[in-house]
Write a protein that binds this ligand. Structure first.
Ligand code: GRF
Length: 188
């Protein structure tokens, strides 16, 4: 299954998905990494891994117009499945309609809890004993859509949003690689 990954930042989840795809029995292959941030750190990681990248700033462009560019790049690369990995922008309903059931996202909370930003600060403020991450199918609503996999970590005394984020991120890397492989297998 040909996968395109969308990023906006450092790309640690993308790097983990690429690394997992190098296993001989991987059901997916990462064929493009695309970004709406021209100097996203993850672009260099992808290039070193030999994956063609595409980057263009969305600034000053209507969302649907930018997403049409993304769509064209993904189709030109014969992408079959999209993985959002720290892609910090809502996708337009038109774009999502063209990829129904073919976009996954990772979100750093136990969905349906804490959609949107600052998930770790919110979990700590609520006094939650557990936090975690979720992989879900993308629908037009932000961080909505069927959850396909979750991983949990404890919230420890003295945790700050940063220490909790680091603990969750370790789980994100393992969870996303597993969930993407399972999902890709289900499409074959
Ligand atoms: C991750 O925590 C992801 O869940 C969230 O943004 C962060 C991206 O990190 N949506 P990275 O770019 O994958 O390192």
């Amino acid at each position: 299954v040909r996968v395109g990954i969308l990023i906006s930042g450092r790309g640690s989840n993308m790097a983990s998905l690429v690394k997992a795809s190098e296993a001989p029995d991987s059901p997916y292959r990462v064929v493009r990494v695309l970004s709406n941030v021209e100097d996203a750190g993850g672009l260099a990681i992808a290039a070193v891994a030999g994956i063609p990248t595409w980057a263009k700033s969305h600034k000053g462009m209507p969302r649907a117009e930018f997403d049409a560019l993304l769509d064209a790049e993904l189709r030109a690369a014969d992408v079959e499945l999209i993985a959002l990995a720290g892609y910090m922008r809502l996708l337009s309903p038109e774009f999502i309609a063209g990829w129904q059931g073919r976009i996954l996202n990772i979100h750093p909370s136990l969905l349906p809890l804490y959609k949107g930003l600052d998930t770790h600060a919110r979990a700590i403020a609520a006094g939650d004993a557990e936090a975690g991450c979720s992989v879900h199918v993308v629908t037009p609503e932000l961080d909505d859509g069927p959850v396909v996999a979750q991983a949990r970590v404890p919230v420890l005394p003295g945790d700050t949003p940063d220490t909790l984020a680091e603990r969750v991120l370790g789980q994100e890397h393992a969870l996303y690689a597993r969930a993407l492989a399972d999902y890709a297998r289900s499409l074959r």
